[in-house]
Design a protein around this ligand. Structure first.
Ligand code: SAM
Length: 260
C-alpha cells in the first residue's frame, strides 16, 4: 500500500464513528489526562488528533479556566467534535489540520496532548515531523503528554501469549508503533522526560495482560473488549510492561527562542 492509499484508508477508517472502543482503556486514558489537567488554570491546551472531541469536551466542561484547541486530519471527526461541543455547550476551537504542519505561532501552547494519534502516521519519518511540530508549538516549560503505542509493550505481551499457546498480536495496518530507543534518542535535545508519580508509563499494562492474555486464554477465543471478565480486573494497579499503549510526560526545555 502506498502513502496515498494509506492516507485514504486512514481517513475512511476514522470517519466511522462506530469503531470498537475498549471501555477500560478509554476510562483509564480519560482519568490520566483529566488528572493531569485538573489543577491547571489559564493554560492554552491543544489536542492533536482529537477525533470526535470526546476528551476535549470533558476537559472543557470540567476545567473551564483553560482555553482549548483541537485539530484532526479528517473533516468528519471535526464535524462530530463540533456537534459534541455544541451539545455540551462547551467552548473549544476546532480545526481540520495535520499535526505535521499545523500552523500556529511558535511557543503558542502551554500543554499539548495526543491520544493514539502519532501512531496513525505512515512511518518514523512522518512521526518525527509531528514531534518537531509539537515541540515548536509548545512554550518553554510547556508539557507534551503523549499516550501513544510502543513496540516493547507489544513484544512482552506477545511473549506471554506465545508461552500460553496464543498467536501473536500485530499492530493494525494503520498504526506505526514507536521504537523506544529511537524515540528517546530523537527527543533528547528537545524535551526532558518529566517524571511524576501520577504518570505511570505502564498504566495500561495490567489491563492489557488481563484482556489480551488471560482473558484470551480462559475463553480460548478471539480477543473481545468490554467483557465482565475484563471489567472485573480493571481496578488492579498497573504492573509489568505488557501494554503497547503507554503514557509519557515531556517538558520542553530546549530549542531556539525565536518566532517563526
Ligand atoms: C485513534 S484516533 C484517537 C482520537 C481521539 N484522540 C480519541 O482518543 O478518541 C486517532 C485520531 O488521529 C487523527 N489523525 C491521524 N493522522 C493525523 C494527522 N496527521 N494529523 C491530525 N490528526 C490525525 C485521526 O483522524 C483520528 O481521529
Amino acid at each position: 500500500m502506498n502513502k496515498e492509499e494509506w492516507e485514504k484508508q486512514n481517513k475512511e477508517r476514522y470517519s466511522n464513528p462506530f469503531r470498537d472502543i475498549d471501555d477500560v482503556m478509554r476510562q483509564k486514558e480519560t482519568e490520566m489526562i483529566n488528572s493531569f489537567i485538573r489543577y491547571k488554570t489559564d493554560k492554552k491546551i491543544l489536542e492533536v488528533g482529537c477525533g470526535d472531541g470526546y476528551m476535549l469536551s470533558i476537559l472543557s466542561m470540567n476545567h473551564d479556566r483553560n482555553k482549548y484547541w483541537g485539530i484532526d486530519y479528517t473533516e468528519k471527526m471535526i464535524e462530530q467534535a463540533t456537534n459534541r461541543m455544541k451539545m455540551n455547550e462547551t467552548d473549544c476551537h476546532l480545526f481540520c489540520d495535520d499535526v505535521r504542519t499545523v500552523d500556529f505561532p511558535a511557543c503558542f501552547f502551554d500543554i499539548i496532548y495526543s491520544q493514539r494519534c502519532l501512531i496513525n502516521l505512515f512511518n518514523w519519518e512522518e512521526q518525527k515531523k509531528a514531534l518537531d511540530r509539537i515541540h515548536t508549538l509548545l512554550d518553554f516549560g510547556g508539557y507534551y503528554l503523549l499516550i501513544e503505542a510502543f513496540t516493547d509493550g507489544l513484544e512482552n505481551n506477545n511473549k506471554a501469549r506465545t508461552e500460553s499457546g496464543l498467536p501473536s498480536l500485530k499492530p493494525s495496518i494503520y498504526n506505526t508503533y514507536f521504537d523506544k530507543e529511537k524515540f528517546f534518542k530523537y527527543i533528547q535535545d528537545k524535551f526532558i522526560v518529566y517524571e511524576v508519580p501520577t504518570i505511570q508509563h505502564n498504566f495500561l499494562s495490567t489491563h492489557y495482560f488481563i484482556s489480551r492474555v488471560l482473558h484470551a486464554l480462559v475463553t480460548k477465543g478471539k480477543q473481545v473488549t468490554n467483557t465482565e471478565f475484563v471489567k472485573f480486573y480493571s481496578t488492579l494497579p498497573p504492573t509489568g510492561n505488557y501494554s503497547p499503549v503507554q503514557v509519557y510526560l515531556l517538558k520542553k526545555v530546549y530549542g531556539e527562542d525565536i518566532d517563526e
